[in-house]
Write a protein that binds this ligand. Structure first.
Ligand code: ZN
Length: 306
């Protein structure tokens, strides 16, 4: 059997790797996204990058499918990249059709956060049945929802935008153009703003060890819990995966975050039975998630054909 070519497109780096059927990652490389983030030429240049990768790393290997994660909104059918906030030229791109025509293998497209959740579910042996949510506090808030082994997409494909739920009292404008979004106060970018206002010139990586007891940081952790509790009260999930750069920072008060989530969760249930799992993404998580996703989808196609 062959390999899945997993690709994880990020604002700074694009990661590529070949994953065997037994789940082994080989030929993992990082390429600068600046090689192709050019208005009008992004798809052509991105395809050149993939062709170069294949000729250098996969020449004698069979590729069963190509699976790509984008930091973008993607359409409900997972065929078109609709909009990419941080990469020029990746708007309204029919990735699946274009790539299938070029490479002649099945191509899968997914939102990057969904692939991280798929990888986390596999790593933690979370069963497909039931509801698993991933809440990733990074620069913004990443979110993905899996229901009975399927990523929940919504009407347009743009569900699980937890960073953009409105919160009263939030001042400032969000990257999406709205005001009052949770992300304005509850993510890494918000923490950078807190550093500038309250601890100018200090090292952000030490903020929880040195200022964890300060009112402003306690308030920040409380703010982080509100979108999480909101989603938990709506979905009553079996598993709550928390990840991203923030919860993995030194001294991050996980217990404090959990106690706030419990405080806001409906009583007695789901409050009494919340199952938290912490995830630590590595460089390769997106590529691995892409490969797992492709294998699952290929299997579904096989079953449907029988
Ligand atoms: Zn917003």
């Amino acid at each position: 059997m062959g390999y899945i070519l997993g690709i994880d497109v990020g604002g700074t780096n694009t990661r590529l790797g070949l994953v065997s059927e037994s789940g082994e990652l080989t030929e993992f490389v990082r390429e600068a996204t600046s090689q192709y983030n050019t208005e009008g030429k992004a798809v052509t240049l991105f395809m050149e990058l993939v062709k170069k990768y294949i000729s250098e790393h996969a020449k004698s290997k069979a590729i069963d499918a190509i699976s790509v994660g984008f930091p973008s909104t993607v359409d409900k059918d997972r065929k078109v990249v609709i909009e990419t906030p941080n990469i020029a030229g990746l708007n309204n791109i029919p990735v699946v059709d274009t790539f299938e025509k070029e490479f002649g293998v099945p191509v899968f497209l997914e939102r990057d956060t969904c692939l991280i959740l798929i990888n986390d579910m596999e790593k933690n042996r979370i069963p497909a049945e039931g509801v698993a949510i991933g809440i990733y506090y990074g620069t913004g808030i990443g979110n993905a929802i899996s229901i009975d082994g399927r990523i929940f997409t919504g009407k347009h494909g743009v569900s699980a935008e937890l960073g953009h739920i409105p919160m009263r009292g939030v001042e400032g404008r969000c990257g999406c153009g709205n005001s009052s979004c949770a992300e304005v106060v509850a993510c890494g970018r918000a923490l950078e703003g807190i550093m500038e206002r309250h601890f100018p010139g200090e090292d952000i990586s030490k903020v929880f060890t040195e200022h964890g007891d300060s009112e402003v940081i306690k308030r920040f952790v409380d703010d982080l819990s509100i979108p999480a509790a909101t989603e938990i009260n709506i979905l009553d999930p079996d598993y709550i995966i928390i990840g991203g750069g923030l919860p993995n920072m030194e001294g991050f008060p996980r217990e404090e975050l959990e106690s706030h989530i419990h405080r806001y969760a409906r009583k007695p249930l789901p409050d009494e039975d919340l199952r938290f799992i912490y995830s630590k993404e590595g460089q390769e998580s997106g590529v691995m998630g892409a490969a797992i996703h492709a294998r699952q989808e290929l299997l579904k196609r096989e079953k449907a054909e029988r």
